[in-house]
Design a protein around this ligand. Structure first.
Ligand code: ATP
Length: 303
């Protein structure tokens, strides 16, 4: 618990109070994405600018020794590829992706990026090159400017404005008397779900990482907002290695590759049409899918 709470003091008040459960834990870790929590090896080197070729070689992981989540996962992702991860709830999609920024350490096998074992890179330099956009956006009490620039405190006004525009947050900023200096949170302006997501996207544009991890929203956004956010995310994904936990059929169809995570590993992978043609998990998941939302039991917004 000590490790959990310590860095909060540095950040100050957190708008969204420290949330419950696993999702909250993830969000918290993302907030601290520059805080090393797994010790860097003494020989760790700063990561050079990465292209984003990601390789899992025989990776095994479990949160406890008696319950493996992933067993001997092999996966090869090319730089610039967009890969959609699908599979039953609890299968390990989030777990698999959280090994890449080293929120957790693989217990066997290894993960390399551009040939570097990620354990040989300093965490700060690794995480500086990975952008994460999740459906439950974490924000801290402060201005819109500070929230966008989080993780890139050296950003100029022009860069922040550009990131806001690309995330389609500029309309909101323009409508507020104090613009970027508007305080958000409990004591300031409350942002809607869609505005929070746009802010997270602006943050990712500003960070400009070669690797992007997206956890696609299942929570209710109106259709128009949803479309706009999808469009911003698609633009954000351009030219980056993008790994998305996908809930929208449109995302899945357009991905370069679909990876089905099930039964402690990768059950199937390939393009939509190919997987649909096989009598496997993907076809069954597809058949079970309701409406445009992929999972038959999507997570709730509150999770
Ligand atoms: P969903 O689509 O529901 O988010 P998922 O495929 O992303 O599911 P994970 O969240 O990776 O699945 O969870 C895989 C397994 O690991 C589940 O059994 C889950 O309960 C467990 N798990 C996830 N995070 C933790 C944690 N921090 N501590 C202990 N167990 C965890």
């Amino acid at each position: 618990v000590g490790v959990f709470y310590r860095p909060l003091e540095k950040i100050g008040a957190v708008v969204e109070t420290y949330p419950k459960g696993i999702a909250g834990f993830r969000r918290y870790r993302e907030l601290l994405a520059t805080e090393p929590d797994i010790a860097d090896s003494p020989n760790a080197i700063p990561a050079p600018p990465l292209k984003g070729d990601i390789r899992f070689e025989g990776v095994g992981f479990g949160y406890s020794a008696d319950r493996p989540v992933l067993r001997h996962v092999d996966l090869d992702i090319r730089a610039g590829e967009t890969v959609a991860f699908v599979g039953p709830s609890g299968a390990g999609k989030t777990t698999l992706l959280s090994l890449i920024p080293r929120f957790y350490e693989a217990q066997s096998g290894r993960i390399t990026i551009d040939g570097h074992d990620i354990r040989d890179l300093t965490q700060g330099s690794l995480r500086a090159q990975i952008g994460i956009v999740q459906q439950d956006v974490f924000l801290f009490a402060g201005t819109i400017r500070e929230n966008i620039a989080y993780g890139r405190l050296d950003a100029s006004e022009a860069e922040i404005l550009e990131a806001a525009a690309r995330a389609r947050l500029d309309g909101l900023v323009a409508s507020l008397p104090e613009g970027l200096d508007t305080v958000i949170g409990e004591r300031g302006v409350k942002l809607s779900g869609g505005q929070k997501q746009r802010l997270a996207i602006a943050r990712a544009f500003l960070k400009n990482p070669p690797i992007l991890i997206l956890d696609e929203a299942t929570s209710a956004l109106d259709t128009q907002t949803e479309r706009e956010i999808q469009a911003s995310l698609a633009e954000l994904a351009q030219g980056r290695t993008t790994l998305v936990i996908a809930h929208r059929l449109a995302t899945i169809r357009h991905a370069d590759r679909i990876v089905v995570v099930a039964e402690h590993g990768i059950a199937e992978q390939g393009r939509h049409e190919v997987l649909l043609g096989q009598d496997g998990y993907y076809r069954r998941l597809h058949a079970a899918q309701v409406g445009d939302v992929w999972e038959s039991s999507p997570r709730t917004a509150a999770e």
